[in-house]
Write a protein that binds this ligand. Structure first.
Ligand code: C5P
Ligand code: C5P
Ligand code: C5P
Length: 465
């Protein structure tokens, strides 16, 4: 079936529900998908009960009630239909809104699903929040006021990273947000922290693109900004968003010149940026990538409902708590990234790996892996293993790689699903970012097996698309 038909089926299922249980994932995409669905469904007068899980696995399945409510799974579920089937969930009261690779239920139960991976290139780079937004939009065009949340979900799940901007249906959603006044699209520096970080730190922290003479050197960035008249003195704290158009243009052209002089491509220097004009200037909610980090900070540290409150518009006590979570999250991620780089990764041949033990929660090691990888050998996928605090018999696996490695045939989701199954674990995710849980004790064999599978994928070569 096509996208339009699947969206129509989903809206029919929702309209016929008496009550909904919304099961969602604890990251920025999961929280925004939940916030979009919860608001759209409540607006129909249907009661909604939210349930957040770090992942659908046998232990967390007990939070999913087997009752008469319609269970809507957002940002998870496509890869765990076996667990739904085992739990006896009927296809009559399940709806999956997802973007993870589909793994059909072994017993043949077919759960209704809208999954952006089903409909070809135009849809593929759309996160679960984007899929959920399209369903909400079909339920009632007035739900277009939720477009900013869908943009946060898409950007949070890195849908804009490779292409320096959203594409396909995710781009359409951003445009829809422009139409409803919720989103402002602009072109600018492809750096993180454009609304909140003093400009010299924003530039100095950039590693993709690498800015010659500036990346890793805040002092050099300050000198440049003073030379251009953008900073008056070294202690200035202006952010990119505060620059006048001519200042932004001047900065961009000077940085571009420096890149060209160093023989670097300027291809990734500029990106399409998504700002939210209704949010307070210089706040983390002002642009999509910083908003997403705030939601990740809430969800990955076990307070997804604080993130939901922010998405629902709380700018009081819950927002202040979210700010606190964000500060904490940033400092721990920074520490984790340093830990990985200082300790060093082991080279297994086709992958590099590190075990972080119980030093960091399993919910954040994937983010740390992604950030550390930019400073490691980017041609080899990274695997981080860690313990799971409330499940001592399990080990959590997170893997990350780059699009250029996918083009050589690598598929992390496929490798982890195969290897995890062989060791009585379970894995899922995307070709570029995947995770798994495996029983403790088999880590060495597991690393060897994943390495072997990735080596095999590289030998087989690029996928035919
Ligand atoms: O479960 P989920 O899809 O939400 O996982 C999100 C994680 O995977 C994020 O850390 C995100 O950075 C990463 N990801 C990615 N590229 C994608 C999809 C997800 O890096 N295309
Ligand atoms: O710069 P800082 O160390 O504070 O950044 C850490 C946090 O910012 C992390 O939570 C990370 O997710 C987010 N970040 C990001 N993208 C970047 C840089 C930082 O999402 N390019
Ligand atoms: O946890 P992490 O951020 O590394 O997860 C990367 C991707 O793998 C996410 O999309 C997540 O939903 C998925 N994943 C999964 N099954 C697991 C662990 C992670 O599908 N057991």
């Amino acid at each position: 079936m096509g996208f339009i038909e699947d969206i129509s089926t989903a809206t029919d299922i929702i309209r016929n529900a008496d009550a909904v249980t919304l099961v969602s994932h604890i990251d920025a995409d999961g929280i925004t998908a939940e916030a979009i669905a919860a608001q759209a469904i409540s607006r129909l007068g249907i009661p909604v009960t939210p349930v957040f899980v770090r992942q659908l696995e046998p232990l967390t399945m007990r939070h999913v009630p087997n009752d008469d409510t319609l269970k809507i799974f957002t940002d998870l579920g496509a890869g765990q239909q076996n667990l739904m089937e085992e739990a006896g969930l009927s296809s009559d009261n399940v709806l999956i809104l997802d973007h993870h690779i589909n793994q059909p239920a072994p017993g043949g139960t077919v759960y209704p699903q809208v999954n952006s991976q089903f409909y070809g290139q135009e849809y593929a780079k759309c996160s679960a929040a984007g899929v959920t937004y399209m369903v909400a939009r079909k339920l009632d065009p007035a739900n277009a006021d939720l477009a900013d949340l869908a943009v946060v979900g898409n950007v949070g799940d890195m849908m804009a990273r490779e292409t320096c901007g959203l594409v396909g249906i995710a781009r359409w959603i951003a445009d829809d947000g422009v139409g409803s006044g919720r989103v402002r699209i602009t072109k600018g520096l492809n750096c993180y922290g454009l609304s909140t970080r003093p400009l010299h730190l924003c530039l100095a922290n950039s590693d993709d693109p690498l800015l010659p003479g500036i990346s890793g050197d805040p002092k050099a960035a300050i000198d440049l900004l003073i030379r251009l008249g953008i900073y008056e003195k070294p202690s200035d704290q202006r952010v990119w968003e505060e620059l006048h158009a001519d200042e932004a243009k001047l900065l961009a052209s000077v940085v571009a010149e420096q890149m060209i002089a160093n023989g670097e491509s300027t291809e990734r220097l500029f990106a399409e940026l998504y700002f939210f004009p209704h949010e307070t200037e210089k706040s983390p909610l002002r642009n999509a990538s910083e908003y997403a980090t705030m939601l990740n900070a809430c969800g990955r540290w076990a307070k997804p409902k604080i993130g939901t409150a922010v998405c629902f518009g709380d700018r009081g006590q819950q927002y202040r708590e979210a700010e606190h979570m964000l500060r904490h999250h940033r400092s721990i991620i920074r520490e984790l990234c340093e830990y990985i780089l200082d300790t060093g990764v082991a080279d297994a041949g086709s992958i590099q790996w590190i075990h972080t033990g119980d030093s960091y929660p399993d919910t954040i090691v994937g983010i740390g892996a992604g950030m550390a990888l930019s400073k490691l050998d980017t041609t080899k996928p990274i695997m981080v293993l860690c313990s799971v605090s409330d499940e001592p018999d399990l080990v959590k696996i997170s893997m990350r790689t780059y699009e250029k490695v996918l083009r050589c045939g690598v598929d992390l989701q496929a490798a982890l699903v195969t290897a995890a199954a062989e060791f009585n674990g379970a894995g899922g995710g995307h070709n570029i970012a995947a995770g798994a849980y495996i029983p403790k004790g088999c880590e060495d064999d597991f690393i060897r097996r994943v390495n072997e599978l990735i080596a095999g994928q590289l030998t087989a070569g690029a996928p035919h698309r």
